[in-house]
Design a protein around this ligand. Structure first.
Ligand code: MN
Length: 761
């Protein structure tokens, strides 16, 4: 460390700081002196120099020296957040560890553990945001809190985000949209929870400027055009109040304050009104310079004077003094009728309440101190861990506030999010950076259908922020989504379980119905053809009777199953041909009993060798024919069961076979337990589908994996590639499931492979 410090000293000795930045540093220090409880000017200077030196080769997207960013972030910390000088120092250094070769150790030896800890926290939060492994704003809050052992981490993060939003113009459009969506979705509500009203308002307005640039401009221009008129109205409204309050001997300020563009925008959207139709474009604020209990009483006295002057709207009255908002906000709100019948909102509060309203958490502690909080006289109290006790206590306060919203705030707490215009919608991006709005809960499949129905039909996988995700993945604002398609893919009925958009739902349902109709038609055609060939009269009634005998709920279902390849039309023809159903039944019953006898015999044999289940290994085992069902191609190791067919043979199905539920439900008496023999030297066919990036050498990589695997042979391999996506079908011989799993794992680990799926048929 000492060595490192010496190195830094030698570097800083020759540092020449551009005069422009010297000037801005002086401005920063001036704001620190004015706003912070104590200011170690030397440390701030030193932090500035270290940051200046560390970022000496970096530029911002705008082209100016990078140092201007940390300098502005520090200025926001000193001017708007106003917590302490450690926050300012950490703000100056916040990007050094991530972006330069300055180490955390060096920061610690230069500025102490606190500054290092805050810098580290900011870096970590940045990393979390860049990976976007996040859910809703609520989770993010908790996550940020858990990461930020020091609340100042979050304060620096707010300042950082605010400056990035202020300078968003120099970034490419798609990046602007992404950052703005993130800001509106996460940082603004979070700042609100911390009571940082000013920061929150500015973040919202700036986000809107990019996300809804036309609406933003229309409102901003509209406000500007009517400014004179508004100011005259405010003056006329305020004058009588000012006279009365002066007469009553209050010390106070009163002014009209324009509402934020974002809040006006929201009101317009919510009430479906034009700007001209929104009256309360501003609020009147009365700030009283009296404190404590007297201050609270004065607020009520002012309220009573006001409502003598103007007619109040009782339903708009709110008392946030007796019951503060969950973020500490206190004020009386009332709306009265001004001239021309216009409603005017008035906020009444003391200076102390006002500071908490504007700066929340940071101001809150100042008053806690004065009221004799844990840090007593306001001087930093150093606890055993060496940390400023007020930071710890404030952290506790915030955590409490975020984790345990008081019961009477619960409603407001929930509403705050429900009211958010964007809460029901998310913004995501195409790979080219086009913005797309989707309802919350939307998945890559919804996204795919939004692009084009065919893309939806063919989607086989998705990448979110360049990482493969399941199709059921829930997207969040700011995600960049890329859909992978394959011509072979068709909609999966399971998708209905997770898609949320109307478009995706209706298209998938339509497709399923269509497919079913086609199968019914094809099945009927097949059956009729086979009946003609077998010289059986095509009689609708006969078909109906026979199909109900065979436990099909309707003949449509019979056609469907034939058409979908689930049921063999020949079997049906044979069944009819055998004549009377009764006769056929007897035949089936006798086949049953023959089979049963054989099974019993077999079971007895098996018992002798200590097994109760049928032992199979792929060979003919007894006199009975054991067949492996072609619908699911079982191989040793699969969970299987045996099904005694009407002809007396035993078909082995996988438990996961799509026909299994029907067989198990309708013919439970025909099911027998089956076990695989431990014998090894038999080979089974397994088919795999491999999807991945189409890259040079991928086929040889796949075949190498197979050939290196003992006792595995490739029967066939087909490969198709399109749009950079590779899709292979691989049929291999394996000896058991364990081996197949191993091969799947190895294939899946290959570079650029998105998925390896075993498939049937
Ligand atoms: Mn930064």
């Amino acid at each position: 460390m000492i060595q490192a410090s010496a190195y830094l000293n030698s570097q800083l000795r020759d540092l020449s700081v551009h005069s422009e930045y010297e000037r801005r540093l002086r401005v920063l220090i001036e704001h620190c002196r004015r706003n912070l409880p104590s200011v170690d000017e030397e440390r701030i200077r030193r932090a500035f120099q270290v940051a200046y030196w560390a970022h000496r080769d970096d530029r911002r997207a705008s082209g100016e020296l990078y140092i201007s960013h940390p300098l502005e972030v520090a200025l926001i910390a000193a001017r708007d957040i106003r917590f302490d000088d450690t926050t300012v120092i950490a703000a100056l250094l916040h990007d050094t560890v991530e972006d330069t070769d300055l180490s955390l150790g060096l920061i610690e030896s230069e500025f102490g553990a606190e500054v290092a800890n805050i810098t580290d926290g900011v870096t970590k939060i940045d990393q979390v945001f860049s990976t976007r492994a996040l859910g809703r704003a609520e989770n993010v809050r908790k996550l940020m809190l858990s990461m930020a052992s020091d609340i100042r981490v979050i304060l620096v993060k707010f300042a950082d985000r605010l400056h990035n939003m202020r300078t968003l113009d120099s970034l490419p459009h798609e990046k602007q949209l992404k950052i703005a969506a993130d800001t509106l979705d996460l940082f603004a509500p979070l700042a609100h929870r911390f009571g940082l009203h000013e920061v929150k308002s500015e973040l919202e307005d700036l986000s809107l400027k990019y996300l809804e640039s036309d609406a933003y401009k229309a409102i901003a221009d509209g406000l500007k055009a009517k400014r004179r008129q508004r100011e005259r109205f405010v003056e006329g409204f305020i004058n009588p109040i000012r006279r009365e309050l002066d007469e009553a001997g209050f010390e106070f300020e009163i002014y009209g304050r324009p509402k934020s563009i974002y809040s006006i925008f929201r009101k317009m959207r919510k009430q479906e009104k034009e700007l001209d139709e929104i009256y309360d474009l501003f609020a009147i604020r009365v700030i009283l310079h009296s404190e404590g209990k007297k201050g609270r009483e004065d607020c009520w006295r002012v309220y009573s004077i006001l409502t003598d002057l103007y007619q109040p709207l009782p339903e708009r009255f709110r008392d946030f003094i007796s019951v503060a908002k969950s973020n500490g906000y206190q004020s009386l709100h009332t709306t009265v009728i001004g001239s021309e019948g216009k409603p005017v909102e008035i906020q009444i509060r003391t200076a102390e309440m006002h500071e908490i309203a504007e700066r929340g958490v940071a101001a809150h502690w100042k008053y806690k101190d004065e009221m004799g909080g844990p840090s007593g006289d306001g001087a930093p109290v150093v606890d055993t861990s060496g940390r400023d006790a007020r930071v710890d206590a404030m952290y506790e306060w915030v955590r409490d506030l975020l984790e345990n919203p008081r019961a009477n705030d619960a409603d407001e707490f929930v509403k705050e999010f429900q009211l958010n215009l964007y809460d029901e919608e998310i913004y995501v991006f195409t790979p080219r950076g086009d913005l797309m709005t989707l309802p919350r809960g939307a998945t890559p499949v919804d996204f795919a259908f939004q692009i084009h129905t065919q893309v939806g039909f063919n989607c086989i996988g998705a990448k979110v922020n360049n990482k493969m995700v399941p199709l059921s993945y829930v997207l969040t604002s700011g995600d960049q989504v890329e859909v992978l398609t394959s011509k072979k893919q068709s909609p999966n009925p399971d998708w209905m379980k997770f898609v949320v958009t109307h478009k995706a739902r209706s298209r998938i349902r339509h497709w399923i119905n269509e497919k079913r109709r086609n199968a019914v038609d094809a099945g009927r055609e097949t059956l009729e053809r086979k009946m003609r060939r077998a010289k059986v009269e095509i009689d609708e009634q006969l078909i109906n009777r026979a199909s109900s005998r065979l436990k099909f709920p309707t003949s449509q279902q019979l056609f469907y199953e034939i058409g979908a390849g689930l049921y063999d039309a020949d079997e049906f023809v044979r069944f009819i041909k055998r004549g009377a159903e009764k006769e056929a039944e007897e035949e089936a019953a006798s086949a049953d009993s023959t089979a049963r006898l054989e099974i019993e015999q077999f079971a007895a044999d098996a018992q002798e060798i200590g097994k109760t289940a049928l032992i199979i290994d792929g060979e003919k085992h007894t006199d009975m024919a054991v067949k492996y069902a072609p619908c699911c191609n079982p191989i040793p190791g699969d969970d299987v069961f045996g099904y005694i067919s009407k002809t007396g043979s035993i078909k082995i199905h996988r438990v996961t076979c799509k026909n299994a539920p029907n067989l198990l439900l309708d013919h439970a008496e025909r099911i027998i337990p089956v076990e695989w023999s431990r014998q090894k030297d038999v080979h089974f066919v397994a088919a795999l589908r491999i999807v991945g990036e189409d890259r040079v050498g991928i086929v040889s990589d796949i075949t190498t994996v197979i050939s290196k695997s003992l006792k595995t042979n490739i029967r066939s391999i087909t490969v198709e590639s399109e749009d950079g996506l590779f899709e292979g079908t691989l049929v291999i011989f394996v000896s058991d499931l364990k081996q197949l799993r191993r091969i799947i794992q190895r294939l899946a680990r290959l570079d650029g492979i998105y998925g390896v799926y075993r498939f049937e048929e």
